[in-house]
Design a protein around this ligand. Sequence first.
Ligand code: SF4
Ligand code: SF4
Ligand code: SF4
Ligand code: FES
Length: 980
Amino acid sequence: MAVTINGKVQAIRTGESLIDAINRCGVTLPQVCYHPQLGAVQTCDACMVEVDGKLVRACGTIAADGMNVITDTVGAETAQREAFDRILGNHLLYCTVCDNNNGNCTVHNTTSLLQVEHQKTPFRPKPFEVDMSNPFYRYDPDQCILCGRCVEACQNLQVNETLTIDWEEAYPRVLWDGGAPIGESSCVSCGHCVTVCPCNALMEKSMLGEAGFLTALPKQAINGMIDVVKGIEPEVGYGPILKLSEAEAAMRESHIKRTKTVCTYCGVGCSFDIWTKGRHILKVEPALGPANGVSTCIKGKFGWDYANSPDRLTQPLIREGDTFREASWDEALDLVARRFAEIKAETGPDSLAFISSSKCTNEESYLMQKLARAVIGTNNMDNCSRYCQAPATTGLFRTVGYGGDSGSISDIEHAGLVLIIGSNTAESHPVLATRVKRAHKLKGQKLIVSDLRENEMARRADVFLHPRPGTDLFWLSAVTRYIFENGLANKTFIDQWVKGGEEYLRSLEPFTLEMASQRCGIPIETLIKVAHMIAEADGVCVLWAMGVTQHVMGSDTSTAISNLLLTTGNYMKPGTGAYPLRGHNNVQGASDHGAMPGFFPGYQKVDDPVIRAKFEKGWNVTLPPKPGLDNHLMIDAIHDGRLKAMYVFGEELSMVDSNANYVAGALSKLDFFVMQEIFFTETCRFADVILPACPSLEKEGTFTSTERRIQRLYQVFEPLAGSRPDWMIIQDIANRLGANWKYAHPSEIYKEIAPLTPLMAGVTYERLEGYKSLQWPVAEDGTDQPLLYTRQFKTADGKAAFYPVPWSEPSDQQDAEFDLHLNNGRLLEHFHEGNMTYRSEGIREKTPCTFVEVSPDLAGKRGIETGSWIQLTSRYGKVRAQAVVTTRVHGNELYMPMNSVDEPVNRLTSSYTDKVTHTPAYKETSVQLKVLGETGEDPLPRTNSRHGNPTPQVGVEVERKLARKDYREPGKELVQIKTS
Ligand code: SF4
Ligand code: SF4
Ligand code: SF4
Ligand code: FES
């Protein structure tokens, strides 16, 4: 199909808007409200064109075969100018003293494009104050052109549903929760609105007074300058004035640096440009990220203060008695190497253990496991995937072959039905959740959520299942059995692709709907409804996280999920598959690159002699043949006296491992403990040597996100004086132990990884340049696989396998003494214990501490109010916190977010683990609750978004603007606008 644009034939795609075709064709057309990632908002009218003689908005018109489009008829140009002139009535042009004058301001650029010399519609200030009440961004109504991009982003992309425009008012403006101050609204500070705002109406506070050369001047002086400019404008026109501001914008290039990086928080893998001036972060600008586009959450958009925190470690520390003294790098590294060598000589290589950071890069994990295996000679190597995702990987290994998400985030978006189990997706994987919320809100996607808490996704779901704690396996297996028994299974798919059906069917015998209903507390009718929804959906994606994996049956429940997907044929095609949501930004990559006790990089087994021989040849060493200790077994081995020394980097081990008191007891028994960190964390208290490392902004390398996407991060800042990138430190230690490594840059490390690792064979830094990315497996020629299993499964014969999983009881059950169930997890604003996020003042303001969610029912029985101080005691420890009474939790179930180093929830959790992977059963904890008798303020301040009242609507509702009495379509009356 094709259209003709200004006489030129342009091919078009089915369903695309005319504006995309025009832009692709290279014709310049003014457009203010249009943003390709938001679609047509149709508020600005600046994109008027003539189609077959009629004036239409190019953004709101679907291109159709044979259309004759002219963008520059007198009628079209008049309409464009008139529309833009009205926009200028809502916006004071003061570009030279504006922090948004950086060459990318849509209002400025459109003024230039249309060569506007004088505006006909005078600027009309709005009778509202600038709203500064959000810690991260501000809204200036006077500068707001009412394009509605922000509303569209908030309502339809982020789907937080905070923003609207009161189109009927005399002075329409953007409203938060229908008229609340931003800081007291439901705004979650994701920053979508600020990112898409085409001018300076919404701006990051970190830009204000910083971006421009003149913008830090006192307000009075700036106003004076604006008055001067306005004074000369009637005589000289905008032309020279804009030229001046463009020159100033060009000068800014000398002090503003834009660097692409990848978010260092969760596993979604958002990437963006970071704008910096010296070490000041001006803003985070997402646009081109393959996973996120313009999307971010509060942490990725605004949570970077920790990098410049005054308490960054900048000098190595060596323990002296109960304190530490500062040491030189040489002294500290010499000591580490000497003690490692001594301990290895005295008690053997297996008396040392290594834990890699899933916050650090792939190259750093690779080097850490190489240090353990090739230099020390032990496979005692692990990373924190053991704490969360190892059971999901096992479930996938057992059934389909690859231990990663079977498709991409875009597949989740296109599924007919999304089933979320044990994942607080909107808070733990916020940007990924936006894709589900959007598809559910706008595209008719169905959503089923199974969770203990009525979290945001549960509240949005078509069906919310609230199974008894630890019983997901039961209802999943019962639903699968029902699907088989009622002829709803995808027989064609199973016959062709899945082995082991008969044995599996036999294993499902105990899982009747009646038993499931009894065990899980879910009505039979609901289970039947769920079975039909899953079996009949046009593509099912299952998303799961720690609510599934952190149980004694974590691996088995993950397997049951994959069994259900196989039963219904939900693999091998777009919009289907298994999505274990990886928690940390690089927990996938740490495992992929060999930071595991049984695997070399690429999940190649250490006990396979052929594989081992390959690495022995590659590294020119002899390697240990047996799998080592995982991080759970390491703690036991320290208590038993088998493990003497440990080297951990970027991991708050003493807080995040389960049964924290037991872990702390172990760490204090170590003969020698090396911590490599950016701050003096709780775990550092146990160390003998502390090595100051660099955060992601100060180094290069690659991260691998939940969708197996490998992306490069570039260095934003030089390492803070005194600190060093982790890969350099690991290399320094290895070399002191005789390794003779000579990596000058992380790219050289990857050059070594790729040929040894078939999964990453074609990964090169060149193929990952800028915003390019690869989703493993990557063939040598660089071909990657966004969707796995399109031709076969990753097994010897290419077939998937049903894997029978039995039921077993959860651990640490309630009894008369410990009568309440305690659940735990993340909060949107904080990452884990909050070592990084608490260092952001704005995040601290919004979410200053942890708390315990208590159901209204339980609160009523125990006399608890929001703010009451309570003590929780488990069989392993106790914590004190304030209560938040909320319907998010039910009955005798409590929830405590992880964000505390003073009162960490893991003091309460047990040492029970998943049978296969040793992932702690964090989610199986029984406690008793004592009311302490004091009541303070709500631990969630009034400014926390959870107190807000969203105002859902579909997009900006432009039809209300068009229905205003004073609205007239531009171009209908001839308006004389003087141009150059
Ligand atoms: S939630 Fe807040 S920051 Fe995010 S788009 Fe909506 S108003 Fe903007
Ligand atoms: S604040 Fe919203 S409506 Fe106003 S200019 Fe910015 S994006 Fe457009
Ligand atoms: S924390 Fe996760 S969702 Fe938020 S910006 Fe970072 S990668 Fe994206
Ligand atoms: S760009 Fe088409 S109406 Fe704004």
